[in-house]
Design a protein around this ligand. Structure first.
Ligand code: DOR
Ligand code: ZN
Length: 347
């Protein structure tokens, strides 16, 4: 039985760091283990221009504790007013690594997102021309579509037509939660990849709703039934380079989660690697963890893997993770998979 594993240092291809006191509180949780992360732009106001991205990157680097190495990979928030020339300039400068498409109303701070895809076609055409990936929150927001069907309907009504129309567009379907999403990314022709979160590998909607409502498991896209969770686990552990880690670690303070109308987001930066080792061991795929967490993402984004490593060791004693992270913005509850974790990051 394998009890120790060394990987190239992993990266997180979908991360929310927020700003100000929250940024200062959560950034070390990611930087401790991860080399780089794709930084989500859904601040208030959002990160829309190259100048916004540069200023946000500088705030992230200023919040990084001395002695920690971490590279934020910036993104722009696509709006119907986004200027293709500004996007191309920010890309040419090496400042941004992707643009994020939020359908308006899909999730936290998505009100500036896209209502009419026609309005952003000039940006998407420019991105296809320069090879800049589009990261997509793949859910429709129409009121008549059930929340558990939003991802599946998006594939048929938005994503596939868009990719047929613009086959050169490089697409990352983010935080996939359904077997249909997995099938789409597995089988589609052309340039497509998908990220999978830590929490969607570990929980399904029963964990969130049976025996009481657990607001710290509420996120978007919302966790689906167990058969979908199984499809995600199979894809993540398959070795298929189209799939890689994007934690979607998304901190909200406890009062905003534990509320009559709680925010969507799971905060998993701190214990993600212990969680992933647990899942990959359960699926007898520990030898594929490095691909998922450390190799497929850089390959997709045209970057070399990190040149440092991390080592995990399985011990008899569980890892003593805190229940909450204390930040200047308030307490943030850490993702609790509901059982102890035995894989310790030791170096
Ligand atoms: O659960 C989520 N939280 N899903 C998202 O798409 C956004 C994120 C956030 O920003 O809190
Ligand atoms: Zn997200």
């Amino acid at each position: 039985m394998m009890t120790k594993i060394t990987l190239r240092r992993p990266d997180d291809w979908h991360l929310h760091l927020r700003d100000g006191a929250m940024l200062a509180g959560v950034l070390p949780e990611t930087a401790r283990h991860f080399g780089r992360a794709i930084i989500m732009p859904n601040l208030v106001p959002p990160v829309v221009t190259g100048d916004d991205a540069r200023a946000y990157r500088d705030r992230i680097l200023a919040a990084l504790p001395g002695g920690m190495a971490f590279e934020p990979l910036m993104t722009l928030y696509l709006t119907e007013a986004t200027d293709p020339a500004d996007v191309a300039r920010a890309h040419a400068q090496g400042l941004i690594h992707a643009v994020k498409l939020y359908p308006a109303g899909a999730t936290t701070n998505s009100q500036s997102g896209v209502r009419n895809i026609e309005a952003v076609m000039p940006v998407l055409e420019k991105m296809a021309e320069i090879g800049l990936p589009l990261c997509i929150h793949g859910e429709v927001t129409t009121a008549d579509v059930d929340i558990f069907d939003r991802e599946q309907v998006f594939l048929d009504t938005v994503l596939d037509p868009l990719r047929q129309r613009l086959p050169g567009l490089r697409v990352t379907l983010e935080h996939i939660t359904t077997a249909q999403g997995i099938d789409y990314v597995t089988n589609a022709s052309g340039d497509i990849a998908g990220t999978i979160t830590t929490h969607h590998l570990m929980i399904n909607r029963n964990h969130m709703l049976v025996g009481g409502i657990r607001p710290h498991y509420y996120c978007l896209p919302v966790a689906k039934r167990a058969s979908h969770q199984q499809a995600l686990r199979a894809a993540a552990t398959s070795g298929n380079p189209r799939f890689f880690l994007g934690t979607d670690s998304a901190p909200h303070t406890d009062p905003t989660k534990e509320s009559a109308c709680g925010c969507a987001g799971v905060f998993s930066a701190t214990n993600t690697l212990s969680c992933l080792a647990h899942v990959f061991e359960q699926e007898t795929a520990l030898d594929r963890l490095e691909g998922f967490a450390s190799l497929h993402g850089p390959a997709r984004y045209g970057l070399p893997p990190n040149d440092t490593t991390i080592t995990l060791e399985k011990r008899d004693a569980p890892v003593p993770y805190p229940a909450k992270i204390v930040t200047g913005a308030g307490p943030v509850t850490l993702f609790d998979p509901g059982h102890p974790l035995f894989w310790h990051v030791i170096a």
